[in-house]
Design a protein around this ligand. Structure first.
Ligand SMILES: Cc1cc2nc3c(=O)[nH]c(=O)nc-3n(C[C@H](O)[C@H](O)[C@H](O)COP(=O)(O)OP(=O)(O)OC[C@H]3O[C@@H](n4cnc5c(N)ncnc54)[C@H](O)[C@@H]3O)c2cc1C
Length: 461
């Protein structure tokens, strides 16, 4: 591919901006068309804001647990959160991160076109600018990375004041008296856990028999037990039928006729792809029945020269996966060496208290017979560092193949599990054996000592 290849990217989230950086590095002329601000939902409304809010929630959890460690907090002084200050910080950090990304792209000579992009064939993008004018952008390759938006229902419409999508929660200036979170997937569980830690009464409405139905069952059980112990009301097997507002109260009615009333409600009902009205099907791009763009493992769509990355493909809705899909697309198109996307190497984390981090093959897949693997699970309560820190909840789980002893997956539940999963992630990516993982020194005392210990328990003489 020559240095003159022109790549047009629609969408400036992680799928879009990370691929722009790769394409620029490989010598292409790069244009990013973005309608809402660089960084996308990941930076402006989803990951960055939620994890900033959760940073405050973590401090509150630690403060509450501090008495056990001998810290005396004056009863009269109390500890509380000023939600308006927290939200102002959230928005400031998000805006700064977006500006950082914009500066970086400009430095790499990426042209940014603020506007709404759509395809006019596989090699042409029309960008509608703020003044209504339309710019035509010819392209040797197009990358569609338009993301997804919160799903709502006709019977549960957000009003931006008391019935909220996750994008609207940062406009709350006052603490909700009683927050109802509808949906117990990752987003619902994270918000329920965070607001509970901020000292707000929380009810979590879950249509399934447990929270986080997609995660490791032992991990979900720990989270549910801890959440209930800390005062969360968890309504399982409770399917929401409607959400209505009457003045200062919000009522969530369930399909079995029960109802729960609170002051605010967050809808965490999943996402729908931003793929309508983009001229995709007309350009030969196949969508599935949910409207997600069908891609292969190097991010190619069914239209030659059109790639897609991120939430609009529905592959695994994570910022890290969006970015990797985008990079892979550019490596592939511009002729660099490329490894197809391997979802069995993705490490991910649920930022609840405790955190739940996973990588590789799951317990569900092992139980379903999709892979033959042995498991070992060590509770963190036996870990010396955990005892010192007053940590009782959580565990480390490792999976390895019976014959080769190669580590194929793992789960960590505990504080900062998102950091602790990394050695297991390296083991899975590099196909290390449990013995090789066990050979690495861990600091004494440390939480990671439990990973070394779990690996030792998988040793076969
Ligand atoms: C509450 C929440 C928390 C999350 N936390 C995490 C986390 O901690 N870690 C993690 O890995 N993932 C997290 N995710 C998932 C993550 O946010 C998404 O996977 C990620 O944003 C996907 O990136 P993307 O580039 O595909 O899309 P986006 O980030 O949505 O970016 C797409 C961009 O394209 C723009 N756009 C759309 N249509 C057009 C158009 N026609 N023309 C021009 N521009 C357009 C959009 O406005 C947007 O700016 C979270 C999600 C939610 C909902």
């Amino acid at each position: 591919m020559t240095a003159m290849s022109r790549v047009v990217i629609i969408g400036g989230g992680p799928g879009g901006y990370e691929s722009a950086l790769v394409a620029a590095q490989l010598g292409a002329e790069v244009i990013v068309v973005d309608s809402d601000g660089l960084g996308g939902s990941a930076v402006l409304t989803d990951c960055v804001p939620s994890k900033t809010l959760i940073a405050t929630a973590e401090v509150m959890s630690e403060v509450r647990a501090a008495a056990e460690l001998g810290v005396v907090i004056d009863e009269d002084a109390g500890v509380s959160v000023d939600l308006a200050t927290v939200n102002a910080r959230v928005k400031r950090l998000a805006a700064e991160q977006s500006a950082d990304i914009e500066r970086r792209l400009i430095k790499e000579n990426v042209r940014i076109v603020p506007g709404f992009g759509r395809l006019a064939g596989p090699d042409r993008v029309l960008a509608t600018l703020a003044d209504g004018s339309v710019e035509t952008l010819e392209a040797d390759a197009v990358l569609v990375a338009t993301g997804a938006a919160p799903r709502t229902l006709p019977s549960a419409q957000p009003d931006g004041e008391r019935i909220l999508t996750w994008e609207q929660v940062y406009d709350l200036d006052e603490r909700p008296e009683h927050l109802i979170v509808v949906g117990s997937g990752v987003t619902g569980a994270e918000f329920a856990s965070a607001y509970l830690a901020l000292g707000i009464e929380v009810t979590l409405v879950s249509s399934r028999d447990r929270v986080l139905p997609g995660e490791d069952a032992d991990a979900s059980q720990v989270l549910e037990d801890v959440s209930i112990r800390r005062g969360m009301q968890v309504l399982s097997q409770s399917r929401m039928e409607s959400v209505t507002r009457d003045g200062d109260t919000v009522t969530v009615t369930l399909t079995d006729g029960r109802s729960v009333t609170g002051s605010h409600c967050i809808l965490a009902l999943g996402s729908i792809p931003n793929t309508a009205g983009l001229g995709l099907e007309e350009a030969g791009v196949t969508l599935d029945e949910g409207g997600f763009i069908t891609v292969d493992r190097v991010s190619r769509t069914s239209a030659r020269g059109v790639y897609a990355a991120g939430d609009c493909t529905g592959v695994l809705m994570l910022a890290s996966v969006a970015a990797m899909q985008g990079r892979i697309a550019m490596w592939h198109f511009l002729g660099d060496s490329v490894h197809p996307l391997n979802l069995k190497r993705v490490s991910s984390n649920v930022f609840t208290a405790p955190e739940i981090a996973t990588v590789g093959w799951s317990q569900q897949a092992i139980d379903a017979g999709e892979i033959d693997a042995e498991a070992v699970m060590l509770p963190l309560s036996g870990n010396p560092r955990a005892k010192m820190q007053g940590v009782r909840d959580g565990f480390v789980k490792l999976f390895c193949r019976p014959g080769t002893r190669i580590v194929v997956g793992g789960v960590v539940v505990g504080p900062r599990a998102s950091e602790l999963i990394h050695p297991i992630s390296i083991a899975v990516t590099e196909s290390l054996t449990a013995d090789q993982l066990a050979q690495a020194f861990t600091v004494y005392p440390s939480m990671s000592g439990s990973i070394g210990e779990a690996a030792r328990r998988l040793h076969q003489f």
